[in-house]
Design a protein. Structure first.
Length: 174
């Protein structure tokens, strides 16, 4: 076994990435305060070739040095939009035929491993302290949660994004 060299990874060039077919998944960042988390989520969206990211409220947006440190150039490949009001982002996505899926622990949330993904999905990820806004929960079509069995009741939002995006990606390709 040996580690692959960069030229062996067959990575897409930026223009080729932009023109490529994307998975029909948009991430909605509902008031994410950490610029490092935002950058990490951009990198995850690039890795799984997602349609894009909607940044809402206090969520930072590119170009920003702190986002760039963890995004490692993914802000140049992943399409993104900013909305001052999270419900405006949700409304746009709903009108485009996306099902709104909140990643949150609710009285009706489904476990990630049993969730049947809609064809076009907008996945909402919430603030590091407060989670997803109640107003967004109220208009979501579904809520999913990542099963956890430790003493904590939450994951870092960027880690959570990676887990949920992997599940979506894995099921779409199989």
């Amino acid at each position: 076994m040996r580690k692959l060299r960069m030229e062996e990874l067959n990575r897409l060039e930026i223009e080729d990435f932009r023109k490529s077919v994307k998975l029909p998944l948009v991430l909605v960042l509902d008031n994410i305060r950490s610029l490092s988390n935002i950058g990490s989520i951009f990198r995850t969206a690039d890795a799984f070739r997602l349609e894009g990211i909607y940044l809402c409220g206090i969520s930072g947006r590119p170009p920003h040095r702190e986002i760039h440190k963890t995004a490692l150039g993914a802000t140049e490949t992943v399409a993104w939009k900013y909305f001052e009001k999270n419900l405006d982002a949700i409304s746009e996505l709903s009108s485009l035929g996306y099902s709104i899926v909140a990643v949150e622990q609710t009285n009706e949330s489904l476990m990630l491993q049993t969730f049947s993904w809609p064809d076009k999905t907008a996945l909402v990820l919430g603030n590091e302290v407060d989670g997803i806004s109640e107003s967004v929960i109220g208009v979501s079509d579904f809520a999913v949660e990542v099963p956890q069995s430790g003493t904590k009741h939450s994951l870092n939002v960027a880690v959570c994004a990676g887990i949920v995006c992997w599940q979506y990606y894995h099921l779409r390709l199989n």
